[in-house]
Design a protein around this ligand. Structure first.
Ligand code: KIV
Ligand code: NA
Length: 269
């Protein structure tokens, strides 16, 4: 099994690859393709659950999807992304929600969209044996404050991120996602801390990269500008499903080979 220690050992040596997945089938394919870490992202909200953003995703929805991903993988480190307001308000409730992901669903770690409010929680969870992946820069659960635009474009905000990155490392975070910030900031954060940084829309100087699976395979209706589409699964699916519809409508499917008959059952009616 890949552990958080293995990831830390990779950093600086080879690039860490992280991809989101929300079900057992996709997770198994990702594992087979060599992904190091599967993030069961709350991006499932817009990516596959039909919500407009990540805010409505519930702890139960996350636990269900994490469990599916854990069942679909053998070796890969599985990280549960904690939904909006499932952490940060009350420490006891935060710990219980995070704990469920390991205890019930089979995750190996949790990710928290981070800020000053997650420092003591990160320390508490780490003490309890729940590895925490921090997340700074664009944090989509704050869309109502920030939108989805690039963050930390001025010195003050950039220094704040650098400070929070150091503080989360000190609090015990095992890795840090850096999302949609200038590449030279992500590079300096990567230099400043010892834990691995995993970038998304943050340039090529992080210790690894993460993307959303529906963006990577070309299944998303729309993708952010920093994503790259490596396949065209949406049109593959459209083609297969319309061929099926055509075959049923034309009587071509099912054929004789798709069913059996029993002579004994002739003349029932
Ligand atoms: O939910 C998600 O997929 C994420 C990654 C993009 C980092 O948080
Ligand atoms: Na997320």
């Amino acid at each position: 099994m890949t552990t958080v220690r293995d990831l830390q050992a990779m950093a600086g040596d080879e690039q860490i690859t992280m991809l989101t997945a929300y079900d057992a089938v996709t997770a198994g394919i990702a594992e087979g393709a060599g992904v190091d870490v599967i993030l069961v992202g709350d991006s499932m909200g817009n990516a596959v659950l039909g919500y407009d953003d990540t805010l409505p995703v519930t702890v139960d929805e996350m636990a269900s999807r994490v469990a599916a991903v854990a069942r679909g993988t053998d070796e890969t480190l599985v990280v549960a992304d904690m939904p909006f307001l499932s952490f940060g308000a009350d420490e006891g409730e935060s710990v219980r929600n995070c704990g469920r992901m390991l205890k019930e669903a089979g995750a190996n770690a949790v990710k928290l969209e981070s800020g000053p409010h997650t420092l003591s929680l990160t320390e508490r969870l780490s003490d309890l044996g729940i590895p925490v992946m921090a997340h700074l820069g664009l944090t989509p659960q704050s869309v109502n404050q920030t939108g989805y635009t690039q963050q930390a474009n001025d010195r003050e905000e950039a220094e704040q991120i650098l400070e929070l990155a150091r503080a989360h490392e000190d609090a015990g975070a095992f890795a840090l996602v850096v999302e949609h910030v200038p590449a030279n900031l992500a590079a300096q954060v990567t230099e400043a801390i010892d834990i691995p940084t995993i970038g998304i829309g943050a340039g090529g100087d992080c210790d690894g990269q993460v993307l959303v699976f529906t963006d990577v395979v070309g299944l998303a209706a729309s993708s952010p500008p920093f994503a790259e589409q490596f396949g065209d699964v949406r049109s593959e699916m459209h083609g297969a499903i319309s061929d099926y519809v055509d075959a049923v409508e034309s009587g071509e499917f099912p054929g004789d080979e798709h069913a059996s008959t029993s002579e004994e059952l002739d003349d029932l009616y």
